[in-house]
Design a protein around this ligand. Structure first.
Ligand SMILES: [Fe+2]
Ligand SMILES: [Fe+2]
Length: 249
């Protein structure tokens, strides 16, 4: 498990994909020999939260223990939303650009290029729908659960909490990485040898990194956000917080 006294540079050497994660915390390269704790303090980042994210990235079995006593839900959601923005604004446009180049230049048979583009577009639509649902419904619900839990919710939040449960999200949370795996296989396995293999290497490296990043993202949603919200839902029910709030309306 990574702790605050580890040097930031050693963390990156362990797994360079973490640079993307650091970016979401506005940490840029050039941190010399500073420890994680020192960098976080300088950047005013909650170091416990930073470590949760890093540890869950490095260890797929990592499961945080204290759901309620530690950081607010707002922090988790800010991080997850920032990751969504990264996907929509950076990773996907970069991959799309490469897909278009490959489809146009790599295969003699136009049909092959067409199939690749079609599959990618379907994946992109699915991903956008997945992200939109979380940004517009699930994350606002999680924020509201915290507001109700802290006794400062407005009517809108109370209604949201009454009408939904985080277990519904967990049950319906589909696997956005699966189709990414299929996309890699189309390029690696099913399409013929490309005339410009370097384009395929470039896109595969992006796809492998994105897949790893998305695995981690989904794990934070399911293993950090959901248990925390569930614990609050339990408390809200136990203490009758929703009906109390209603009476004061
Ligand atoms: Fe997400
Ligand atoms: Fe998700």
């Amino acid at each position: 498990m990574i702790t605050a006294d580890k040097k930031m540079v050693d963390l990156i050497h362990m797994n360079y994909v973490l640079i993307k994660v650091l970016n979401r915390f506005d940490i840029s390269l050039g941190f010399g020999d500073k420890t994680i704790g020192e960098v976080c303090k300088e950047q005013k980042i909650d170091v416990r939260f930073f470590l949760e994210i890093i540890n869950s990235f490095l260890d797929s079995d990592y499961f945080p223990k204290e759901h309620l006593q530690t950081f607010p839900v707002r922090l988790i959601i800010d991080y997850l939303s920032r990751t969504h923005q990264d996907y929509l604004g950076k990773s996907i446009p970069l991959i799309e650009d490469l897909i278009n180049k490959i489809a146009k230049n790599c295969y003699e048979n136009r049909e092959h290029g067409y199939l690749l583009t079609k599959f990618f577009n379907e994946y992109k639509d699915e991903l956008f729908r997945h992200i939109e649902r979380e940004d517009k419904h699930v994350f606002p619900y999680a924020r509201c659960t915290e507001e109700v839990f802290r006794g400062r919710a407005d009517k809108e939040c109370i209604r949201r909490v009454q009408d939904y449960s985080i277990s519904t999200y967990l049950n319906e949370h589909d696997d956005i990485e699966e189709k990414l795996f299929d996309l890699k296989n189309i390029i690696i396995k099913y399409l013929p040898s490309p005339s410009q293999p370097e384009l395929c290497y470039a896109i595969l490296s992006e796809l492998f990194n994105l897949e790893k990043d998305m695995n981690n993202h989904s794990r934070i949603e399911e293993k950090v956000l959901v248990p925390k919200v569930e614990a609050m839902e339990d408390e809200i029910r136990k203490k009758g917080l929703i009906s109390d709030a209603e009476e004061h309306d």
